[in-house]
Design a protein around this ligand. Structure first.
Ligand code: GTP
Ligand code: SPV
Ligand code: MN
Length: 591
């Protein structure tokens, strides 16, 4: 490893100077440069097992897998402590918390100061996006958490490969992370878009601490995308192969815990023979306009940081296969035989230690796994991984889905009239809050493009960027749809739609519509499938249920419109006039 460091430093002044400066601030006992090797991984795991940061699982059942329990107050993203620190407050916009950059550096600097005494600072060079891709970005994360290093090695291309790619350039995202005392009162996740810098302190939880993910690939990424003419989105990326062997690619933006991982690994129902789904990404897509004028997308990540509860061999068999090896489980339940369990995985064990470290039995009357417990697994282990998953150019996109979790109001699927109307549907999305972020769950909130917590700049400018991209795509823009797998029966409160693998039926309709086939009927919201347009063969669905799933009720939407208007009013003069126009048109159609 020594030789690797010397080589790297000899070539890059900027990296060396910055690491040195940050080490002066945090004062670790030692600095470890991560090369990404297998030996390094084994060393880190050995150390984690010795300190209790990780626990070993039954290696015969779960080869290469480890168990981690985070601090009980550090189990989800903390949106109220996440800041965009642009120089001008208006550039952060109404959907972001803002802190003056000077103040943020000072405030967090005080918490970072000497915070790594007695510890090691790890230097993790990492690449987001496939090597050779025009969109790839280099970041360097400093952290005092070995758990973070091990996760970053799964989620990104970490180590030597990234420093080699960077060469002598100073163009990299400066990511400083420290656990400090994990005190939620002193926890801040600050982004400095104009400095290409991220400082995160006081949390070791995924989205707060794995800085390549939400911080770089979405918040800083969206900012860079706007200035450079591409898009960073909270989207899964999948291929759908038809029985003739033709593959078409779809991206889908759903808010956190609303089904991206599940959809990206979908297993077609037996009653739809010959179809196949290929997985490229489950959380983030970077999109740009390719040489042929079409929209292309790629996954900047290399792993899944997936929601455990609800995952089982029925709902998501591909995930179950993916996580059998080389996986880190965080905040699930640990069984007495060194296995893992979570709600709905299968029959509960008679006894285990729960996510909070307490004894648990099925009679305990509380979840064994935290509702936001996660698995971190390499993407290549997914049985449905696409051969195109690391294509540096990405794949051409046929359709974009915006999906919400809504018990009422939103139909199963709805086709936008055109790109601008599709952008309006995305901009006015609303969804029930989930356990992925700290706070109350099940509350409806507006979540534009599923990006509410991830837009790294002014939301009005973000909408403008979406409209501009559509203009630049001329006639070649993908079709945009709105979907909702989560509508419930008003009386029984049960989900009306079976979801999971059956979601393919809605997507097949969307793809047919992209080719000008299949039937649709007009509604105030957009085009809906006619009662006979969805392929429901093999699905025992009474017509009344289907009708309820597809319903667009003007009274419900009138209510929703009030809340939409409130968001648009708050955005103020940076809201593109076209979206206001779309909203007025929608209101007129409702009447
Ligand atoms: P993040 O990783 O937080 O961004 O979440 P995600 O969007 O990838 O969501 P994920 O696929 O992990 O699903 C979240 C929860 O919703 C899990 O408990 C799933 O079992 C459940 N879920 C996913 N798809 C469906 C569906 O089609 N219907 C129903 N009823 N539940 C679903
Ligand atoms: C999400 O919350 O959208 C996630 C998990 O994908 S995290 O990495 O914590 O952001
Ligand atoms: Mn996510």
């Amino acid at each position: 490893m020594k030789a690797f460091i010397n080589e790297a430093l000899a070539r890059n002044e900027a990296v060396f100077a910055w690491v040195h400066e940050m080490a002066q601030l945090c004062r670790p006992d030692s600095v470890h440069w991560c090369d990404g090797s297998e030996e390094e991984k084994e060393l880190l795991i050995r150390q984690c097992l010795a300190t209790g940061e990780l626990e070993e699982l039954n290696q015969a059942e779960w080869p290469g897998c480890h168990y981690s329990r985070s601090d009980v107050n550090d189990v989800a993203r903390t949106e109220q402590l996440t800041f965009i620190c642009s120089r001008d407050k208006n550039d952060a916009g109404v959907t972001n918390n803002w802190m003056d950059p000077q103040e943020a550096y000072r405030k967090l600097g005080e918490i970072f100061r000497n915070s790594m005494r007695g510890r090691t600072m790890y230097v993790i060079p990492f690449m987001m996006g496939p090597p050779g891709s025009p969109l790839r970005k280099i970041g360097i994360q400093l952290t005092d958490s070995r758990y973070v290093v091990l996760n970053m090695r799964i989620m990104t291309r970490a180590g030597r490969i990234a420093l080699d790619d960077l060469g002598a350039s100073g163009d990299f995202t400066r990511c400083l992370h420290g656990m400090a005392d994990l005190n939620p009162e002193r926890r801040f996740i600050c982004h400095f878009p104009e400095d290409n810098t991220i400082w995160s302190v006081g949390s070791a939880y995924g989205g707060n601490a794995l800085l390549g993910k939400k911080c770089l690939a979405l918040r800083i990424g969206s900012y860079l995308g706007r200035t450079q003419g591409w898009m960073a989105e909270h989207m899964l990326l999948m291929g759908i192969e038809n029985p003739q062997g033709r593959v078409r690619y779809v991206t889908a933006a759903f808010p956190s815990q609303c089904g991206k991982t599940n959809l990206s690994m979908l297993v077609p129902p037996k009653s739809l023979p010959g179809y196949r789904v290929w997985t490229l990404g489950d959380d983030i897509a970077w999109m740009y306009i390719g040489p042929d004028g079409r929209l292309y997308a790629l996954n900047p990540e290399t792993g899944f940081f997936g929601v455990a509860p609800g995952t089982n061999y029925k709902t998501n068999p591909n995930a179950m296969e993916t996580i059998r090896r080389n996986t880190i489980f965080t905040n699930v339940l640990k069984t007495d035989d060194g296995g893992v369990w979570w709600e709905e995985m299968g029959p509960p064990p008679p006894h285990g230690i729960d996510w909070a470290g307490k004894d648990w039995t099925p009679e305990s009357n509380r979840p064994g796994a935290h509702p936001n417990s996660r698995f971190t697994s390499p993407l290549v282990q997914c049985p449905s991984v696409s051969p195109e998953w690391d294509n540096p150019q990405g794949v051409p996109i046929s359709a974009i889905l915006f999906g919400a979790r809504r018990a009422t109001v939103a139909p199963l699927i709805c086709e936008s009239r055109n790109w601008q109307h599709g952008v309006y549907l995305g901009a006015t999305m609303a969804s029930e809050t989930t356990a992925a972020a700290v706070g109350q769950t099940g509350v409806i909130r507006r979540d534009p493009m599923a990006m509410l917590p991830f837009i790294g700049y002014n939301v009005g400018d973000y909408f403008r960027h979406w409209l501009d991209m559509g203009r630049r795509l001329r006639g070649k823009a993908p079709k945009i749809f709105h979907v909702n797998w989560f509508r419930r029966d008003r009386k029984t409160n049960k989900f009306l739609w079976p979801g999971y693998g059956e979601n393919l039926r809605a997507i097949l309709w969307a793809l047919e519509r992209c080719e000008g086939r299949s039937k649709a009927m007009d509604s105030p919201m957009g085009f809906l499938p006619t009662m006979d347009a969805l392929n429901l063969s093999g699905l025992d669905m009474p017509p009344e249920t289907l009708k309820a799933i597809l319903e667009v009720n003007p009274d419900d939407w009138d209510e929703d419109l009030k809340d939409q208007r409130e968001l648009f009013d708050r955005i103020g003069d940076r809201l593109p006039g076209e979206l206001r126009q779309e909203q007025d048109d929608f209101a007129r159609r409702l009447r």
